[in-house]
Design a protein around this ligand. Structure first.
Ligand code: PLP
Length: 294
């Protein structure tokens, strides 16, 4: 079965999908994106991702090119055409095609791209059960990483450097020695006093949709939680650490820069949060129609 993508109104073979050479997303990174997890055929946190998409478009002054209802019809059709049970749906909206010039073009129609990718959930669950090792690196990104734009070069380089050094991923650390977030995930610890902590959602991090869902889950489970930045040193002396994102859900971090976190195995709070979040998302079985918000 061929993989199918969606480009500007058409479903096309993934291998033949293409965009214009003067698309501003390509030339300037003038584009935003979203990633939804799909597990057991269910699209996770659909409303949260739609709300963040609207915020990202507004921040870049890109006129919303499609209503949520129409977008969800396309997402559902894409999932069907790709027989997507477990994996990801990727959406990118750029300012559109125009002669290469920095100012916003007077007339351009935003370009919309959607792709679907299958993911092996058995492997993903096994990775989470084992935990991952992370390395820290200086946060050298621009000052508006809270907008979900496609400008991910520092993230790409940090991830590659981490892999080459034998780690699974990287955590960015700001000039004050405080952890900001991962290359594509939010960073969390259970500090030495047993308190769950993740960095407040300022301009210094992308406010993860999974992060927000996990804050709710943690509160429902009665864990003490504070939105408070933590240093690399605090992470090293934490009882537990983990990451959250649409692609990793909740995945324990068992080592940082080659040092064990806690006893060097996945922590019980991270495991409980992952298990509860997955069962909440899959049992709610939010029908896609409930996200037709227009
Ligand atoms: C830099 C960064 N932080 C955090 C996240 C987690 O966001 P979400 O939970 O919405 O996937 C992502 C996801 O791509 C990301 O790229």
């Amino acid at each position: 079965m061929p993989r199918i993508a969606y480009v500007d109104g058409q479903f096309v073979r993934h291998s033949e999908a293409s965009i214009h050479v003067e698309d501003r997303g390509l030339q300037f990174g003038d584009a935003v994106y979203e990633v939804w997890a799909v597990r057991g055929g269910i699209l996770f946190d659909s409303e949260g991702h739609l709300a963040r998409l609207a915020r990202s478009l507004a921040a870049l002054q890109i006129k919303t090119p499609i209503g949520n209802a129409s977008l969800m019809v396309i997402v559902r059709e894409l999932m069907t055409r790709n027989k997507l049970k477990d994996g990801l749906v990727y959406l990118q909206i750029s300012r559109g095609v125009a002669r290469r010039d920095h100012p916003f073009p007077a007339h351009s129609r935003p370009s919309i791209i959607l792709t679907a990718r299958a993911m092996n959930m058995v492997q993903a669950d096994a990775r989470a059960a084992k935990g991952i090792q992370v390395q820290t690196c200086p946060d050298n990104r621009w000052g508006r990483v809270d907008i979900k734009t496609v400008n991910l070069l520092p993230n790409v380089l940090a991830k590659q450097a981490a892999l080459e050094a034998g780690f699974a991923d990287a955590w960015f650390v700001d000039s004050e020695g405080m952890v900001t977030e991962g290359t594509a995930q939010n960073a969390w610890i259970v500090d030495s006093k047993g308190q769950l902590r993740t960095r407040p959602a300022t301009h210094a991090i992308l406010r993860g949709i999974t992060r927000d869902a996990i804050i709710k889950t943690a509160q429902e489970l009665g864990f003490t939680f504070e939105e408070k930045a933590f240093s690399r040193y605090e992470a090293l002396s934490a009882q537990e650490a983990f990451i959250t994102s649409a692609t990793s859900f909740v995945t324990p971090v068992i080592g940082l820069d080659g040092y064990k976190i806690g006893d060097g195995t996945p922590g019980s709070i991270a495991r409980k949060l992952r298990e509860t979040y997955l069962s909440q998302q899959t049992s709610v079985k939010k029908a896609l129609d409930s996200t037709l918000l227009d």
